[in-house]
Design a binder for this molecule. Structure first.
Ligand code: FAD
Ligand code: NAI
Length: 466
């Protein structure tokens, strides 16, 4: 029976990073993956393909509308969707092959098949051809990720009614796309198809988009996305989706009650969240406790069964690739006798729309409900020289600091490149920095990042350029 120090089940950002770190620390590591390629949801059908399409569709949109003001006159761009999809696939291939290379480099043993935990120390792997192999492991890390959450009464067929996976590989631009859910997937993939020419309507149960994000940022983002042609139906619930030869009809009604209506669509994207994935893993038989599908762990990523750990989307916390990666590193270090940990107060979140929406730390709403006194500094990109030169003046930076200690508690950015700029806030907060620290850090001119410094100056009412 093959024996390993560590068997990781799942090769997504949580699992593959955990395996590499454990190998670096001298462990004999195996990874079990049922998919044909490594990298999990993120690399195959998540972060990476969506960003390839977001970037390509943004360029398409810019070529159509954005060049003229810079004095560049080009004929109307022509979409070659096949080539755009090829670009997406090449990006995915390069990334998943990169993980395979890293496994080889770090002498990690891969097992292709579905992993089932028989007991602490024992994982059974069933390959696609039905052959079964049992592995012995000192430790097991569950990193089986998540899957699309089904919406009761709506059947996802991945043709007319699609999940994010289907929405990443539509064969043609839909004339009308209805998106159910104004969360991250709805706004990102809604943006992709809107830019490529679809009429997009987003139906959201709540009375706001992007629940959990700073409300002021979300409201302004909604206005900007609305200007790009995305229609929002908030506080609205979907009561049914009928499909037929010519597409779908989505029935909706106001959450507060009132008249129902129907919206015709060629394609319906269901983007109402994801659920932890533990199907066939044998958790119940192995005695591993879950709650509403999530594997329960302690602060050291340990489940209730000694020797079995869990990380990533399958455990509590935000379902984000970088959160899973950091947990993968932390648990590997703990297994090696070190003090791995993750600072859950400082995990950035980025929505890759145009403009991008990025956030780290607490929102104003969270601080208010926790009764914590805070100060806010804001700076709009309209007052930033580089933003003017680039014609990217939409949005603003908001820095939130503790009213007494000045320690920065949150940074929220709506703007071009927000997903890169947010890391100033991440590093500052990791080192428990203050708004004064940020305000006194020299920022290169002319950069969009100067708006971050100005927002920090604005906390004490001393921004220079407003
Ligand atoms: P996963 O990536 O889901 O990997 C789990 C792996 O385990 C899979 O490969 C699965 O096949 C395998 N597996 C499951 N069960 C078994 C078993 N029994 N035996 C063997 N193998 C098994 N996050 C971001 O941070 N940034 C983004 O831009 C972003 N974009 C996204 C876009 C989309 C469309 C989607 C759907 C998600 C996106 N996410 C993004 C979320 C991100 O993909 C997840 O947070 C991340 O993939 C979670 O990593 P993980 O390792 O926990 O699990
Ligand atoms: P989400 O949780 O971000 O958004 C779901 C939205 O659907 C919410 O606004 C919710 O109120 C709404 N909703 C729920 N039920 C509904 C109903 N019946 N009718 C109408 N609206 C309803 O989930 P999403 O967008 O599916 O993404 C799943 C996960 O993937 C997220 O947790 C996110 O973290 C991750 N992800 C991250 C990305 C990033 O970091 N850029 C990109 C894409 C996904």
């Amino acid at each position: 029976m093959p024996s390993h120090d560590l068997v990781v089940i799942g090769s997504g950002p949580g699992g593959y990073v955990c395996a590499i770190r454990a190998a670096q620390l001298g462990m004999n590591v195996a990874v079990v993956e049922k998919r044909a390629t490594y990298g999990g949801t993120c690399l195959n059908v998540g972060c990476i393909p969506s960003k390839a399409l977001l970037h390509a569709s943004e360029l398409f949109d810019e070529a159509g509308h954005g060049f003229k003001a810079f004095g560049i006159e080009v004929p109307a761009p022509v979409l070659n969707l096949g080539q755009m999809m090829k670009h997406k696939q090449e990006t995915v291939d390069a990334n998943v092959q990169g993980v395979a290379f890293l496994f080889k480099k770090n002498k990690i043993t891969p097992y292709r098949g579905t992993g089932k935990i028989l007991a602490a120390g024992k994982v059974e792997v069933t390959a696609e051809d039905g052959s079964v192999e049992t592995l012995e492991a000192k430790s097991i890390v569950i990193a089986t990720g998540s899957d699309v959450a089904q919406l009761p009464g709506v059947t996802i067929d991945e043709k007319t009614v699609v999940s994010s996976t289907g929405a990443l590989e539509l064969a043609a631009v839909p004339k009308k796309l209805v998106v159910i859910g104004a969360g991250v997937i709805g706004l990102e993939l809604g943006s992709v198809w809107r830019r490529l020419g679809a009429e997009v309507t987003v139906v959201e149960f709540l009375d706001r988009i992007l629940p959990g994000m700073d409300l002021e940022v979300a409201k302004q983002a909604q206005r900007l996305l609305g200007r790009q042609g995305i229609a929002f139906k908030l506080a609205t619930k979907v009561t049914g989706v009928e499909t037929g030869a010519s597409g779908a009809v989505v029935s909706v009604e106001p959450v507060a009650g009132g008249d129902s209506e129907t919206i015709a669509a060629d394609i319906v994207l269901v983007a109402t969240g994801r659920r932890p994935y533990t199907d066939g893993l044998g958790l119940e038989e192995a005695g591993v406790v879950t709650e509403r599908g999530r594997v329960i762990i302690d602060e050291h990523f340990a489940t209730n069964v000694p020797g079995i750990y869990a990380i990533g989307d399958v455990v509590r916390g935000p379902m984000l690739a970088h959160k899973g990666e950091d947990e993968g590193i932390a648990v590997a270090e703990i297994l090696a006798g070190q003090h791995g940990h993750v600072n859950y107060d400082v995990i950035p979140a980025v929505v890759y729309t145009y403009p991008e929406i990025a956030s780290v730390g607490k929102t104003e709403e969270e601080l208010k409900s926790a009764g914590i006194a805070y100060k806010v500094g804001k700076f709009p990109f309209t007052a930033n020289g580089r933003a003017r030169a680039n014609r990217t003046t939409e949005g603003f930076v908001k820095v939130i600091a503790d009213a007494t200690t000045d320690r920065v508690l949150g940074v929220h950015i709506l703007g071009a490149g927000a997903g890169e700029m947010i890391h100033e806030g991440v590093v500052l907060m990791e080192f428990t920095g203050s708004s004064e620290d940020l305000a006194r850090s020299c920022h290169a001119h002319p950069t969009m990042s100067e708006a971050v410094k100005e927002a920090a100056l604005a906390v004490e009412g001393r921004a220079i350029h407003i």
